[in-house]
Design a protein around this ligand. Structure first.
Ligand code: HEC
Length: 109
């Protein structure tokens, strides 16, 4: 005896696949936005993985993202507070979210 007709299973599976890829697409968009923001606001000091440049002494974003202590929350706290060695950039919530997504993505998270 079947609990559900086969076509209901099929449409459920399709729905799960669609939501899965829709949220992955959203994540990818956020990372892309973060990259653009980082290129315009942070590239003066930070590198984004790849070649480490001696004229950019600030920590590399891929290295920051890969640190076990780096999470969306720790980045939010850092980017909302003031720092001794980094300028206090005024960032809006969505910008922080996008920049964090980019840094975490670079770090493989
Ligand atoms: C004028 C140079 C400069 C700019 C521009 C700058 N940073 Fe930084 N940033 C630094 C320096 C220097 C440090 C190291 C600070 C320290 O260790 O005290 C740092 C540290 C950080 C850290 C923390 C790393 C850790 O150890 O947890 C993060 C995250 C970060 N920056 C993100 C950003 C983002 C995002 C932007 C752009 C929106 C940005 N920074 C723009 C100079 C800069």
């Amino acid at each position: 005896m079947r609990l559900f007709p086969q076509h209901i299973f099929a449409s459920l599976a399709l729905l799960i696949l669609q939501t899965g890829s829709a949220s992955a697409a959203q994540d990818a968009m956020l990372v892309q936005q973060g990259k653009l923001l980082a290129q315009s606001m942070c590239a003066e000091c930070h590198t984004f993985g790849g070649t480490i440049r001696s004229d950019r002494p600030s920590p590399d974003f891929a290295a920051i993202g890969a640190m076990p202590s780096t999470t969306a929350l720790s980045l939010r706290v850092f980017l909302q507070s003031s720092h001794a060695n980094m300028p206090n950039l005024i960032l809006e919530g969505p910008q922080i979210e996008a920049l964090s997504a980019f840094i975490l993505d670079l770090g493989g998270k």
